[in-house]
Design a protein. Sequence first.
Length: 506
Amino acid sequence: MPEASERREMTLQFDPAALAASVTPPTRMMIGGRSVESASGATFATLNPATGEELAQVAEGAQEDIDRAVAAARDAFDNGPWGRMAPADRRNLLKRFALLIEAHADELAVMETLEAGKPIFDSSTIDLPETVACLMWHAELADKVYDLATPSGHGVVSTVVREPIGVVGAVLPWNYPLMMAAWKIGPALAAGNTMVLKPAEQTSMSTIRIAELATEAGLPDGVLNVVPGFGETAGAALGLHPQVDCVGFTGSTEVGRMFLRYSADSNLKRVLLECGGKSPMVVMGDAEDLDKVAANACESIFWNAGQNCSSNSRLLLHKSIADETLDRIDEAMHEWVLGDPLDPETRMGAIIEPSHMEKILSNIEKAMDEGATMRCGGNQTRTESGGWFVEPTIFTDVAPDMTVARDEVFGPVLSVSTFTHADEGIAMANDTDYGLHASVFTSNVRSAHLASRMLRAGTVSVNCYSEGDMTTPFGGYGLSGFGGRDNGVHAHEQYTETKTIWLDLS
Ligand code: NAD
C-alpha cells in the first residue's frame, strides 16, 4: 500500500460519478466459464451503503449452484489442462488476467465503491492496484518455486514435490472485496488449483466481473467459478462439500469456527482462516514523532471506516505523552473527511449495512455506560443521504476490561488507555484473545526489538502502522486465524500438497 503522504499527492484521472452512472454491474454467477442464472432463478438485492438504494438484483446461489460450480472446478482440475500445463504458461495466463483487471481498474473501482461504500479514492489508489499487484506477484511464483531432492543416500532417489491440492473454495468478506479475492485467487491458481469463490452477499458484483475477465484472459473454463449467495446456504454448502479439497476463508471468528466443523463433518478438507482482530498500538514514552504517531493512529482506525481486520482499535499511550498525542490526533483527524464515497475528496465512507451500523452504535453506547469518556464522535451522521455513516469516534479512560477494549467493533471507534511502565503497556497489548497485528512506537532500538518479540501478533509494525506487503505473510495468532497465512511464498505453499517420491534404484 502506498504511504499516506504518497497517496495525498495522487489524483483520480476519471469522473467517478459519471462512470458510476454508466456502469452496468454484472449480476449472474460464473460457472464453467459461462455466465448463468441461479438454478432456482432466485435473486437478492445488493444495496449501496452510501444511499440505501438498490444497485441490482444478483443471482442467489445455493446448494445446487455450488454443486454445479464444484463439478466444473473438479472437472477442470481432474481433466483439464490447468494443473498440468507448464508453470510458465500458467504464469502467463494469470498475468494476462491481472493486466485485464488493470485495464478495467476504473470501472472495477467504481463498482467496489458502489457496493462496499468505500471512498473512490481508496478503491482507485489502494484496492485495485493491490489486487493487480497481488495477482502479478503470485503469477510470477508459478515457475519459481522449486521442489527438493532429499539427502537419502545412494541407492534411492528421493524427492519432495509440491502439487496443487485440487478444488479450492474461497469464502470472502465485504470489506475489501477484490483484494481479499486476489489474496486467495493469486496463490491458489498459481499453484495449479481450480476454484469456487463465494463473495460476501453485500459485495458480489466486482468479484463476478473479474471472473468474466478471467475467461476473457483465456483461463480454461471451470478454473475460476463465482457463486454469489448467503453464508448459511451457499457458504455452508461449499464448506461441507465432499469434492472441495481446501477452503480459504476470510471473515469473522464466529463463522471461521464453522468452517472447522464443516471440514470435520465432511471430508477433512484443509481449512485456512483469516479472522478478526482487536489490535493494539503501543506508544512508549520515548516515541519521537508524535505527529507521525497521530497520523498512523488515525490511518489505522479510520481507513475503510474502521472496517478493517487489522485496524489498531486499541491505542495504548505512555502516560507521559498521552495528552500531547491526543491533541495531535485531534489535528490529524481533520484529514479524515467523511462524505459521499464517490467524491474524490472523501476519506471515510459508509458502513456496510444498517445492522452493522447498529452494532457499532450499540458498542458506542455500551462504552459510555461502562464509564469510558467520549472525546469525539459517537453518532450516526449524513442521515439525509439515506446511507449508513458513523462519525469517527474516540474514547479515552478505557479500562482493559471494558467491552470496547475487548470486542471487535469493526467500525471507526478508537479506545485509548494509558500505562506507566513499558512492560505494563506490552501486557495490556497482549491481553486479548486475538493476535492479528500490533504496532509499537519508540525511538529506542532495543525496546523496539524487545517489544516486537514480546507482542503476540502475526504482524508487528515498528514506528508505523503497516500490514507489510505482498512479500510478507499475513495472518493471526489466537482467535485471529488458523491454518496458514495470506501473502508471500507461505500463501503459495499452503495451497499445495507435499508429496514424497521414493525411487529404489537397487
Ligand atoms: P462474516 O464472517 O460475517 O462473513 C464472511 C463470509 O462468510 C461471507 O461470505 C459470508 O456470507 C460467509 N458466511 C456467513 N455465515 C456463514 C455460514 N454460516 N457458513 C458459511 N459461510 C458463512 O464476516 P464479514 O462480516 O463479511 O467480515 C468481517 C469480519 O472479517 C471481521 O471480523 C474482520 O475482522 C474479518 N476480516 C479478517 C481479515 C483477515 O485477513 N484476518 C480480513 C478482512 C476481514
